[in-house]
Unconditional design. Structure first.
Ligand SMILES: Cc1cc2nc3c(=O)[nH]c(=O)nc-3n(C[C@H](O)[C@H](O)[C@H](O)COP(=O)(O)OP(=O)(O)OC[C@H]3O[C@@H](n4cnc5c(N)ncnc54)[C@H](O)[C@@H]3O)c2cc1C
Ligand SMILES: Cc1cc2nc3c(=O)[nH]c(=O)nc-3n(C[C@H](O)[C@H](O)[C@H](O)COP(=O)(O)OP(=O)(O)OC[C@H]3O[C@@H](n4cnc5c(N)ncnc54)[C@H](O)[C@@H]3O)c2cc1C
Ligand SMILES: Cc1cc2nc3c(=O)[nH]c(=O)nc-3n(C[C@H](O)[C@H](O)[C@H](O)COP(=O)(O)O)c2cc1C
Ligand SMILES: Cc1cc2nc3c(=O)[nH]c(=O)nc-3n(C[C@H](O)[C@H](O)[C@H](O)COP(=O)(O)O)c2cc1C
Ligand code: FES
Ligand code: FES
Lengths: 307, 297, 307, 297
């Protein structure tokens, strides 16, 4: 039935056989994780955000589910550090799947150092995490200031040759930050990260996370993420990877119509059957394109702005 | 050693329906059920007592009973102790409206748990993981349960569920020294079960390792299933036991479980890509051999 | 069972018999609406946001439900204008229930004019809507700039004598805006409004709202709202009315622990049984206080910060 | 006039079990059911044809059939016509996988709807409101349905459902002029129903108002229930009819419905605090008399 429909898409110069990747932070810290993500059927593997040194992250609880099909996480950027990058990239190469290394840092030099290791290891691209909402100094603090965004993206883009994606979160200035990221040399934008939130247990009267803050993800943030993608695409027409509450072909299609060239999935891999999810989305997108009378997914990217 | 595993695989091949069912078990029925399991459900501590040196038992009453439905033996909960930690603990027993855990005081989390008084509140995330499906064990057959140290924690609920399925259990419980032992009948008053204890320092019961005692029993009696719970070395050596006949080997593993939801990857059972928190903690020996064969604890 | 537990709470000098009000925009435009809200059991009635002139609002669709128990609305501040205020206040007086008139405007003078009519009509307080996310020039455009917030609140507070509440929405500067509102004379803060979002229909490829943007409300925004309440309380310890995804006693309790002296409910009145909701929340809160060993709700306000 | 209403009230009092059931109907079973009804569900236009002057019929196939379960007669959907409007329309007919609406072209929304070709997509929010519960009508009795103008829209589905409950219906359909009429059997091929038409300009059928013709029928035949759908004046005058016996009077009202969810208040039935979109559109005369007595359309 879906013969002749082409889901091939392009992001930051990478050719992807379909638009569905994992989002950073869902596994992605070890070669075994990469293998598992590969089995989930993603078109590219995105690593956990890597910082220069090993980070143990926050103490558990690190993730809780919330009513409304959401997750709240306060993982605290636990990651193996740069020494973890080469084994991941090697495994991806072995599996013949594009790999994007997510890069974190608390200052410009750290971003450069980690991104350089990614490049040396053979990563296909890096995604700069400028938007983690629950790790002080490592995320949204940077991303909500357009000038910081420019500085980091510019510094990394001028140091490495592989494509740079900038991952931004919800902020008043997100469209401005997006513009600055592109100006700084980002080939594509990943939108959005989790949204800063708090959960309190009403019996112990304590915040659930020791660190108090968590990042909200999944279905609850989907309409917010679509809004950010819509606004950034409308203003700047860049290549966008849409993230936030993608959990089926419909939510993926919505992201694509709003302006995404590809999508990433985090929460749905946890709350749904991760082994079927990508397959179901890919098949659903094919049938959808047929229903719309389109031959390939590229025609659907940003279509809402054109109609 | 790999030869041994292959033999086990062959034995497994004979029961392909079981293998299939096992795989099936790996996927939780509906995503909404999964979702509900992942919510943090408040519970009130009812009692919290020392059973022996290092081992404690805590009983909790969830504010809503729902999370007590359909809990399988060897499933676990992430137990959140407010302001201190969240740790994985296997279900030790269930009543109409309470759930119990047996735990060994190790570090900060378990210490904080042991300090909770009745009336304190905790949060429970679960049931998590795949439990042991007692209905797959041949009725009227016998099961051998081998527990090392705090591996005894899930045994009471496992025995209870096996009994309901008309499977009688023998338990081998191995510890370093008799101070760790408590009378299993304290937590299992009604069940007809034989408990064989083993101590490494020969201070009580069988003198030696639980796995050695288990092998002796396997030679003496006929069991349809062996379930081993405890430190990796015990599991590794039991999975290597070579036996003829249809004995099924299961092991319940431990790993560092930080999220319990298959997200963080901390519980990956290297060198496989299996995650203990969603694919385990119970596995058939043959399905996890690469991990067991890799050294370490 | 709940004998002896006191739910009386105080907001901006108003004494409320329990902490549950409706939020602005759920009915509240006519005396009949007030009567209906009264029957829902609220402790005070909050009017629809009133502007100086009548506003027809956006064309339908104006509200849709979204996966994750949320609503998206783009009502566009439809309201009868100032002539609608006296009948509403009169009806509330007749029913002997406190009434807070929500005041909107696109410039300082409009806020002053509407608030003055509310005062003259006998309203118990006004709530300045500085945070509507889907009506250009009428909301979040004002509220995300702390200086604008100060200007509007100050102007209204110096003109009228009844207490002024400032309603703020999610923005990078919400804590700063909150501080400015208090500085400007607000007696309490209402936090938060809906969150700017977009929904696209994947078959017609069109945004669901003609106006494209809608405000997300309900369960999805609850953890975000709790975060804002938590942050503002932590920083400023003002009186707060917590709004966003309150749908049962637990979500109300969470708001209270985070620092709310009262809560408002919008979406849950639509998605749940509106005639039972307040009663169930009030009873639930009583039992909860007993379980915690507290005698009155005031002891629970902001408790998470104290423990 | 208030006297008349009181009489109706008394008649109602006799059937207190019905009154109670009606109140009960006012609350949708579960909030998750309600929630599902409130989602915007895509549907594809299958056909869209003119039936008579001003009246059209559109048939749509929802992408997912779920929203077609448990639709009661006189319930409505908010029909979203992308880029133009969202309007309330009563269910006119249902099949296994399609839903039909009959509509009068009035303004922008209905004009845009009439321009949709097969293959176009719309969005459906519903079913909304309280429908008419046919099971409360005494089986083997007869119902009189009085429709004014486009009030005919929900009649086919109502008749169908009444027939399933073994209630036979007579229909009075009143219009201004015969150009508005179409043959009801076109949309109702299989049903055994008597249709009495009335035109105000005497161009066809009974010469006069539908309400007058209805009163004549009420005097001639025995009905257990009367259901009137149409402009407020028709409903008002029918509710004032004074009859002895157990005849139940129902009316289906219209109002400006903007949200359909009980949020915006645009559909409030002044001077009551009832909202048409959640409490209606169907009411027993006695329950809505203050509104009907208040003049206007
Ligand atoms: C699925 C699962 C089920 C479990 N069920 C039970 C149970 O029912 N009863 C029970 O007592 N324990 C059980 N455990 C182990 C238990 O979770 C840990 O003992 C606990 O997390 C330790 O937390 P802590 O904060 O007290 O110790 P930490 O401060 O985390 O660690 C203190 C010391 O203990 C060591 N340690 C930590 N975890 C383990 C472990 N699993 N085995 C051996 N040493 C460890 C650490 O390396 C460290 O040296 C289970 C583990 C898993 C994965
Ligand atoms: C619960 C409910 C069920 C309905 N079911 C049906 C149905 O099955 N078939 C059908 O044809 N109509 C039905 N209606 C009426 C229908 O919704 C309106 O005709 C429609 O909304 C008009 O939209 P529009 O954009 O075309 O007209 P607008 O541009 O909104 O209005 C155009 C003109 O029509 C007038 N008008 C608007 N609504 C009505 C009305 N309800 N009655 C009389 N005049 C009106 C306006 O005052 C204006 O003069 C129903 C209404 C309700 C509340
Ligand atoms: C458990 C978890 C860990 C995450 N870790 C990271 C991370 O390391 N780096 C990052 O850029 N985003 C991280 N995120 C955010 C996701 O990549 C994604 O932006 C967000 O979850 C929204 O997508 P979703 O709704 O599909 O989950 C994490 C999210 C979750 C749920
Ligand atoms: C249909 C609708 C209309 C609203 N109209 C207004 C309004 O006029 N003024 C205002 O301040 N907030 C308005 N809001 C926002 C609510 O008052 C409230 O801040 C928000 O919905 C979050 O609360 P909830 O999750 O309980 O709905 C509206 C919300 C909804 C859903
Ligand atoms: S504990 Fe996080 S994936 Fe298993
Ligand atoms: S149409 Fe909005 S309340 Fe009825």
């Amino acid at each position: 039935m879906s013969v002749g429909v082409d889901l091939t898409t392009y992001v930051a110069g990478l050719k992807l056989k379909h638009p569905v990747m994992n989002s950073s932070g869902i596994l992605g810290s070890t070669p075994e994780h990469v293998e598992r993500l590969f089995k989930y059927g993603v078109s590219a593997v995105v690593s956990k955000t890597m910082t220069k040194g090993f980070r143990v992250g926050h103490e558990p609880p690190i993730i809780i589910a919330l009513e409304g099909e959401g997750l709240l996480n306060s993982v605290g950027l636990a990651n193996p550090g740069i020494s973890g990058i080469p084994p991941i990239v090697r495994k991806a190469k072995e599996l013949n799947i594009p790999v994007i290394v997510s890069v974190g840092g608390s200052e410009v030099q750290e971003f450069i150092d980690v991104a350089s290791v990614a490049e040396e290891s053979g990563a296909d691209a890096v995604e700069l995490n400028l938007s983690c909402p629950h790790t002080k100094g490592y995320g949204i603090d940077i991303g909500s200031d357009p000038n910081n965004v420019y500085e980091v993206v510019k510094a990394v883009s001028s140091t490495i040759k592989i494509p740079v994606l900038a991952k931004l979160g919800l902020s008043d200035n997100v469209v401005k930050s997006a513009g600055k990221a592109l100006e700084g040399g980002a080939k594509a934008l990943t939108l959005i990260n989790t949204v800063k939130s708090v959960a309190i247990d009403v019996f112990s009267c304590k915040p659930v996370f020791k660190n108090v803050y968590g990042g909200l993800s999944g279905t609850p943030i989907h309409p917010i993420a679509v809004r950010v993608v819509y606004d950034v695409y409308k203003e700047l027409k860049p290549e966008i990877v849409g993230v936030g509450g993608v959990s089926d072909w419909k939510t993926a299609a919505e992201m694509i119509l709003a302006g995404s060239s590809a999508v990433q999935i985090g929460t749905a891999f946890i709350l749904k059957d991760s082994r079927k999810l990508v397959h179901d989305i890919v098949e659903g997108l094919k049938e959808w394109l047929i229903k719309l009378g389109l031959k390939n997914i590229c025609e659907a990217i940003g279509l809402t702005h054109k109609a | 050693m790999s030869k041994v595993f292959e033999d086990v695989d062959v034995a497994v091949g004979k029961c392909s329906h079981i293998t299939h069912s096992l795989n099936h078990r790996a996927s939780i029925n509906t995503s909404s059920e999964r979702f509900h399991n992942y919510l943090l459900k408040p519970a009130e501590v009812v009692s919290n007592k020392r059973l022996s040196e290092g081992l404690w038992r805590v009983e909790m009453r969830p504010i809503s009973r729902e999370c007590l439905n359909d809990v399988k033996p060897l499933q676990f909960f992430m137990v959140w102790i407010p302001s201190s930690d969240e740790i994985p603990l296997s279900v030790s027993d269930l009543t109409e409206d309470t759930i119990s855990f047996i735990y060994k005081v190790r570090g900060l989390g378990t210490k904080a748990l042991s300090a909770l008084r009745p009336g304190s509140f905790v949060g429970l995330k679960g049931p998590l993981g795949n439990g042991f499906e007692v209905s797959y064990v041949r009725p009227s057959s016998k099961a051998l349960i081998v527990a090392g140290g705090s591996g005894i924690a899930p045994v009471p609920y496992l025995i209870k569920k096996l009994a309901v399925a008309n499977v009688q259990a023998d338990v081998v419980w191995g510890v370093k020294s008799d101070a760790e032992l408590f009378n299993l009948r304290e937590v299992l008053p009604d069940l007809d079960v034989r408990v064989f204890t083993a101590t490494e320092d020969c201070s009580a019961g069988y003198c030696g390792l639980a796995s050695q005692l288990a092998v002796e029993l396997l030679n003496e009696y006929v069991y349809s299933v062996l379930i081993a719970i405890g430190p990796k070395p015990i599991l590794r050596s039991l999975c290597s036991v070579r036996l003829s006949g249809g004995l099924e080997f299961y092991v319940a593993l431990e790993a560092v479980v930080k999220c319990g939801l298959g997200a963080c990857g901390s519980c990956v059972l290297e060198p496989t890509d299996k995650l203990l928190c969603v694919d385990g903690p119970v596995f058939r020996c043959g399905d996890i051999k690469e991990h067991l064969m890799k050294g370490g604890n």
